[in-house]
Design a protein around this ligand. Sequence first.
Ligand code: HEC
Length: 102
Amino acid sequence: MKAMPIGLLLLALAFTSNANATNLYAGQSRAEAVCSQCHGIKSPSADAPFPILAGRDAAYLQSALKQYRDKTRKSDIMNAIAGSLTDADIANIAAYYARLKP
Ligand code: HEC
């Protein structure tokens, strides 16, 4: 086999994974600007009554945020915050928090 087809294959793989990639930088800036005020980044302050988000399963975080957004899960605070998030915002923020170590 010649080198060329392998190069093309790698290129195709790179593009495929890129198309599905969430934007961790966007997730990080949103988390730092908004979510961290209550949840912190790695953990909320010890006496704060907010759940830890860092290191949680991304799929869990996404489904929780979508439930808050469509109000199937009730929380005055989180319903208000999640109400303005797009699907992409939710995916980015969930991916960012999921990668952190609490
Ligand atoms: C003003 C404070 C505040 C801010 C800001 C805030 N949250 Fe929350 N969050 C809460 C509270 C309070 C709860 C617990 C609500 C409940 O009982 O369901 C919560 C719960 C959650 C949960 C559910 C956790 C679990 O264990 O099920 C997720 C996920 C979450 N928040 C994500 C976020 C994200 C992402 C942001 C930023 C876009 C954010 N929150 C911003 C106060 C806040």
